[in-house]
Design a protein around this ligand. Structure first.
Ligand code: 0PR
Length: 386
């Protein structure tokens, strides 16, 4: 459509917005079962609205927003056991964090290959494509984890970075970060952990006494971590964080910024939403560790319930979930995904591992799962999948 010459009344515009918004699905409605995002916490929404016009790219104008970014980065670095001297930046999400981490690795090492497990998110392919890096794919084991011995074979003096995932996009699995970091150390390269999903889950599971592997800066050799407040952090979209350990200063990928109040800026974006930092600050301050533990425990309890019900109904799971991500085996995941979508249930198709994915996010309630299972059964029977 073309922009009109004359004005459109405020009310008329709002009514058009309402019409469009009605066509969207709401997290609260029980249809969205495959997403890694969720309904933002009300306090995050309030903070977002109040900081809507702020720009982290110009801290002279918005020192308040900037102070919230700093404090939130401090809380996140603490959660990730980052050493003193670590730092980071708010970004738009896991894709931008991963791109920045690959840029940092290639700059600091002067090398141009990155080793990414086959289970890693496609944002690493984007990074490779944008920066003309060679993406070397490493196989995963039968347990859906990055294969450390295969990574050792692939690593050499051209490797800029080894990537491990703490909470894979497909099945929420945690790669053997310590083993991968050892290979990185032996090859003099960087070790990046993509904890976009798991970063707001694993620390709280550990606090509750679940046996979980170390995945963050507590593992020797880990140089950067991606973590997304807009996934399990219950913040507003867009909110991601790239955290960089000691010695890996983001400024090394910075450029001079002559027109604004900063001297240099490292990220992809120049104008950055202060609202993202404010929303994340608000929800982290409000919930605290106790609040997140409660949310994560609710998600895990629903995950256990879903797995039990699926087994009772004869479905097959590829593995026992390590977090709140459940794969369900199907020969034709995309056909199942489409048939479910027709019945207003939205899951993610996982072609590589032959599954559909349900993520028990905070908005997913037990009654939503109870409505979903009979529909899944009907669809699976109709397609001859069970
Ligand atoms: N790293 C991991 C481990 C991820 O799972 C994702 C996204 C990213 C990085 C990239 O994050 P951004 O999308 O924030 O840049 N994983 C989700 C997925 O592909 C993204 C998503 C979220 C998809 C909500 C659908 C949806 O409704 O499944």
């Amino acid at each position: 459509m073309l922009m009109r010459e004359r004005q459109t009344g405020y009310e008329a515009v709002i009514s058009e917005l309402e019409d469009a918004r009605k066509r969207d699905y709401a997290f609260s409605g029980g249809s969205i079962l495959g997403s890694m995002c969720t309904q933002p916490h009300p306090v995050a929404v309030e903070a977002y609205n109040r900081f809507m016009e702020t720009n982290l790219g110009d801290p002279l104008l918005f020192p308040g927003a900037r102070s919230l970014e700093e404090k939130t980065l401090g809380m996140i670095c603490g959660m990730l056991n980052a050493p003193a001297g670590a730092g980071g930046q708010f970004v738009s999400g896991g894709t931008e964090s991963n791109i920045m981490a690959m840029a940092l690795a290639s700059r600091l090492t002067g090398r141009d290959e990155i080793i990414i497990p086959a289970s890693a998110h496609f944002s690493f392919e984007k990074a490779a494509s944008l920066m003309r890096l060679k993406a070397v794919s490493a196989p995963t084991t039968d347990g859906f984890l990055a294969d450390v011995s295969a990574v050792r074979e692939l690593a050499n003096e051209r490797t800029a970075c080894i990537v491990g995932v703490a909470g894979t996009t497909e099945l929420g699995m945690i790669d053997p970060i310590a083993g991968l970091a050892k290979v990185a150390g032996d090859n003099g390269c960087m070790m990046h952990v993509d904890a976009a999903f798991g970063g707001f889950v694993i620390p709280f599971m550990k606090q509750m006494g679940y046996e979980m592997p170390d995945f963050d800066f507590s593992v020797p050799g880990v140089t950067s971590v991606s973590i997304d407040p807009h996934k399990m952090g219950c913040s507003t979209i867009p909110a991601g964080v790239i955290a960089v350990g000691e010695g890996g200063n983001l400024c090394s990928i910075g450029v001079d910024t002559p027109y604004v109040s900063t001297k240099t800026q490292p990220g992809l974006l120049s104008t950055r939403p202060g609202a993202a930092a404010a929303a994340t600050y608000a929800v982290m301050r409000h919930l605290g560790n106790a609040g997140y533990r409660q949310i994560v425990e609710g998600c895990l309890s629903n995950t256990r319930y879903l797995c039990e019900r699926l087994s009772e109904e004869g479905f097959s799971l590829p593995c026992e979930p390590q977090m709140n991500v459940v794969g369900i085996r199907f020969k034709k995941p995309r056909v199942v995904k489409d048939a479910l979508a027709e019945r207003k249930f939205f899951v993610a198709p996982l072609d590589r591992v032959g599954c559909i994915r349900v993520v028990c996010m905070p908005h997913v309630k037990r009654e939503h799962l109870d409505s979903f299972i009979p529909v899944l059964k009907t669809v699976a029977r109709g397609l001859g999948e069970i």
